[in-house]
Design a protein around this ligand. Structure first.
Ligand SMILES: [Zn+2]
Length: 351
């Protein structure tokens, strides 16, 4: 599912597609390479969707195109260990791209792994251990089905009545956004009660959504392949900025430990949940930095340069979403043009 781009971005990509002008900036702004952040890879679904979920999904065809796109431009597809080595060396004879997939959806094994095996290229999965440990309920997909199937969506929570009309695409998006906000604002201890209030009697059951998430057996099967790196991504995927420091440390270390126990090897890489400045600040970088990872990555537009040697706990990653599956846009990111627009002339994009 793709969406029309905002006008400015559409004009910029059309201009660059026509002129190729952005490529003149590549040697200047492209740095040594870049780390991509993706989530899910799935065949396009035929029915209506909610954008918040559709945006984290790209098609297998587009993933293959991405791999060929970077190979066609002389990029090495590298693992996170190799990213670390190249940053520490401070140089890279050929540019690199590193593919990372966040959270640990089942399609990492079912769809993504076969693509990378066929291409003989490495990739990484940053795993929320609450997925295979079944500590998390994928309510964001349950909620999508609810607003798509039911009109209106009404429930009572903490003595308040909520009712949202869901008869058209706009109303469904609004209902989804409002209920999502309510769930995200609910303290962890009350979450089960909140979800029960929303989904009771709707026929939408959490157990039916377990299949979306990797199991430990699937994680082990992937980790046995040298092409696959499993990184840590906390236990619960909380916004770390909102937690006390001892809980931030516990979320990070517990996820690493449980993955290491299951795969029988070290976990050297970490990605901050959500990963934008709204969820990652100096304190979080300091704590993660003390945990002894080789790299910690955020979600922020920026290419990798030698100066990142001093910022290994806050590396930028460029997000490729299902919203715009467009190779010219990827080319603008590869050449650092979007980073220039978002971050100004700063080369070492970090916190
Ligand atoms: Zn995540």
């Amino acid at each position: 599912m793709t969406n029309p781009m905002p006008r400015g971005l559409r004009l910029l990509t059309a201009f660059c597609r026509l002129t190729g002008l952005h490529r003149t900036l590549c040697p200047l702004l492209g740095g040594m390479g870049l780390i991509l952040v993706l989530h899910r890879v799935l065949p396009p679904s035929p029915g209506p969707r909610i954008m918040a979920n559709a945006r984290i999904e790209i098609t297998p065809g587009f993933l293959e195109q991405l791999i060929l796109f970077f190979r066609g431009r002389g990029y090495d597809i590298v693992s996170l260990d190799q990213v670390h080595d190249r940053i520490c060396r401070g140089s890279s004879e050929t540019p690199f791209v590193c593919f990372t997939f966040d959270d640990g959806y089942a399609d990492a094994l079912e769809v993504i792994h076969p693509v990378f095996r066929r291409q003989q290229a490495p990739f990484a999965v940053y795993l929320i251990t609450g997925f295979p440990d079944r500590l998390l309920i994928p309510w964001w997909y349950m909620l999508e089905d609810l607003v798509l199937r039911q009109d209106p969506v009404c429930f009572t929570w903490q003595g308040r009545e909520f009712c949202y009309p869901c008869s058209g695409a706009d109303q469904r998006e609004q209902a989804y956004a409002a209920i999502r906000q309510l769930i995200l604002a609910t303290p962890a201890g009350e979450l089960d009660g909140c979800l029960e209030a929303i989904f009771a009697g709707t026929g939408i059951r959490a157990g039916d959504y377990d299949r979306l998430m990797l199991t430990w057996d699937m994680v082990r099967r992937m980790a046995a392949d040298p092409l696959v790196t499993v990184g840590a991504h906390t236990v619960h995927h909380f916004n770390l900025r909102e937690l006390p420091p001892d809980m931030v440390r516990r979320e990070i270390l517990a996820s690493r430990q449980v993955i290491e126990e299951h795969i029988g090897g070290p976990v050297r890489h970490f990605a901050y949940p959500f990963g934008s400045p709204a969820e990652v600040g100096r304190r979080e970088v300091e704590i993660a930095g003390q945990c002894g990872f080789a790299t910690c990555t955020m979600v922020k537009e920026g290419t990798i340069v030698a100066g990142h040697r001093d910022h290994l706990a806050a590396l930028p990653r460029v997000e490729v979403t299902g919203r715009y599956q467009d190779l010219t846009l990827v080319d603008l990111r590869r050449c650092g043009v979007l980073s220039l627009l978002r971050n100004g002339p700063q080369r070492v994009v970090t916190l």
